[in-house]
Design a protein around this ligand. Structure first.
Ligand code: ADP
Ligand code: 5GP
Length: 193
């Protein structure tokens, strides 16, 4: 019996993390997505408890003080964090857990839980990234420009990740991430015979 693999998927806003991760958990059993807490306002169509736990700044602070988050980070003026209990319970049951979090969060988790697998999902190019962000139509021009600036800084940290997956097509990206999870779950250090 071995614990499930904890997998972080990071990458620039608009790279396709949400799309790829959603397809992955629909297609394969035994892989679950962790739901983060955030102080950001819900976007149209986002549902409490499914996409995020939308919380006030006070509630977020109290979660930090009570050590209820494995990691947390500020991104584009809002706070985001990963609730610890659901992640621990699932991985102890042998289920794989995906965290779709920013790169600062990925680096923090790896320090705390070194078995975590860090995957950087990159768009085929920065031009394609801008096209996808504009095509999604959920952010205004200023927010998009800010996110593109953040993307350039994120590329510098991608080298600290374990794997880089290019999201050229959703299907291929899903298969590559699934292959990584399968290989990592067979790692000798994770298995007690
Ligand atoms: P993220 O979660 O990384 O911010 P999204 O999953 O919201 O990104 O994707 C951003 C936009 O790009 C969405 O409109 C999505 O439909 C589109 N998209 C995602 N993956 C691909 C892909 N492989 N090819 C073309 N468009 C994509
Ligand atoms: P968005 O506002 O587009 O939903 O997310 C903005 C960024 O925050 C994305 O890069 C997303 O991956 C990241 N993010 C979402 N949840 C968490 C979390 O719990 N912790 C950290 N560190 N980043 C998160």
């Amino acid at each position: 019996m071995s614990n499930g693999v904890l997998v972080v998927v990071s990458g620039p806003s608009g790279a396709g993390k949400g799309t790829v991760v959603r397809r992955l958990i629909e297609k394969y059993e035994g892989i679950f997505l962790s739901v983060s807490a955030t102080t950001r306002q819900p976007r149209q169509g986002e549902i409490e408890g499914i996409h995020y736990f939308f919380v006030s700044h006070d509630k977020f602070r109290s979660m930090i003080e009570r050590d209820e988050l494995i990691e947390h980070a500020e991104y584009a003026g809002n706070f985001y964090g990963t609730p610890a209990d659901p992640v621990r319970e699932r991985t102890e049951r042998g289920e794989h857990v995906l965290l779709e979090i920013d790169i600062q969060g990925g680096v923090q988790i790896k320090k705390k839980l070194p078995d975590t697998v860090l995957i950087f999902l990159a768009p085929p190019s920065l031009e394609e990234l801008e096209k996808r962000l504009r095509g999604r139509g959920t952010e205004n021009d200023e927010v998009i420009r800010n996110r593109l600036n953040i993307a350039a800084r994120e590329y510098a940290v991608a080298k600290e990740y374990d794997y880089i997956v290019i999201n050229d097509t959703v299907d291929e990206a899903v298969e590559r991430i699934h292959s990584i999870i399968v290989a990592e779950s067979c790692r000798a250090s994770r298995i007690s015979l």
